[in-house]
Design a binder for this molecule. Structure first.
Ligand code: ATP
Length: 334
């Protein structure tokens, strides 16, 4: 349904996306996940033909977006991240206008029935007579959703569709996305892991304009939980302790933690996928004559996995905002 091949987009000297390739089949609901500035919007803008790539091709339902833009665009519905409405229009007037833009037949009855169906689908049937400027942000987003659905798209592209919404609005929009996934191939971008996890069956992680991961959501979750993380406190010199840890091949990351006890060191240590590192760490310190005073273990979270994939691999205690979490955790070591 959608083929993206070797896509590159440069803005002057800045390379926003750098050789992206992926294929999305009919009926897939795919999440584009990445930190702010990763290249998600640029990718979506290239897919929808909103901007031209510097290199590479996008084929939608067999039509090249640059060579056959009208045919390709006729099967795409797009809700951009920043969406401008004609806010002095009533909802029904606006959707009628979008029908004109998308070349929907002008027959009054047919068009009214179509708009009624889309309004029912997006939960705005009772708002058709309301001015857009008087709607809440959540309902305005539904109107944005309605305009994206007006051509019954085979491919629906949603750029950060829940940004700025309150929790109940987020739940409603997620439900809309799930419903839309029954009719269309859906690509939804977000920098929020739980968002993507809740909606998508496949996740493509973009980092620095490249694909850092592409696979089923459960696989990413499994990979995330396959990583054990321990925090340790031991007696002795922190540098010597770090050297002991650095010798262990089962360890992927060592992060010094602030000193809690005089004469003791604290570290957070992440093991390789599928490795339980507790025993090896314990034995290594015992052999080095540095007694461990404390050890606690936890499963590495999806958030941590994301940070690992994006090269900002630091243990995070909670939250679903990787950018913020990463910013807070700057300064870790590998
Ligand atoms: P966000 O989640 O913040 O929207 P994003 O993942 O969608 O981020 P993009 O908006 O695609 O990322 O931006 C990718 C990179 O390209 C960023 O470094 C951004 O600053 C840069 N960029 C985007 N649009 C332009 C532009 N029109 N001119 C110059 N640089 C741009």
């Amino acid at each position: 349904m959608l083929e993206v091949k070797d896509l590159v987009k440069k803005y002057g000297d800045k390379t926003a996306i750098d050789g992206l390739s992926f294929h999305i089949d009919s009926g897939e609901v795919v999440g584009l996940l990445g930190l702010n500035g990763a290249g998600k919007s640029t990718t979506m803008n290239c897919i929808t033909g909103y901007i031209a790539p510097t290199k590479g091709t996008v084929t939608v339902d067999g039509h090249d977006i640059l060579k056959e833009p009208a045919k390709a665009k006729s099967v795409i519905g797009y809700l951009p991240e920043v969406f401008s409405f004609y806010s002095d229009m009533k909802v029904s007037e606006y959707l009628d206008f979008v029908c004109d833009l998308k070349g929907f037949p002008r027959q009054q009855k047919l068009r009214k029935e179509h708009i009624d169906r889309i309004c029912a689908q997006t939960g705005i049937r009772d708002l058709k007579g309301r001015l857009i400027r008087n709607l809440s942000k959540g309902y305005r987003q539904r109107v944005g959703f309605a305009q994206a659905l007006i051509n019954d798209p085979k491919v629906l592209i949603l750029d950060e569709p829940t940004v700025g919404l309150d929790p109940s609005q987020i739940i409603e929009i997620r439900q809309l996305i799930r419903e839309s996934g029954k009719e269309s191939t859906v690509i939804v971008s977000s920098h929020i892991l739980t968002e993507i996890q809740a909606i998508c069956s496949r996740i493509i992680v973009i980092h620095g304009g490249r694909i850092a991961w592409d696979g089923p959501t459960e696989q990413l979750l499994l990979a995330g939980t396959g990583r054990k993380e321990i925090t340790i406190r031991g007696k002795g010199d922190a540098e010597a302790a770090k050297a002991v840890l650095a010798e262990l091949s089962c360890i992927e990351q060592i992060t010094p933690l602030p000193e809690q006890e005089e004469g003791a060191f604290d570290f957070a240590v992440t093991g390789a996928v599928g490795r339980d590192i507790r025993e090896e760490v314990f034995c290594a310190f015992s052999k080095a004559g540095m007694p461990l005073l404390q050890m606690s273990s936890r499963e590495a979270s999806l958030e941590n996995m994301f940070l690992h994939l994006t090269g900002r691999d630091e243990p995070v205690s909670g939250g679903d905002e990787p950018a913020d979490a990463a910013a807070k955790q700057e300064g870790g070591e590998r």
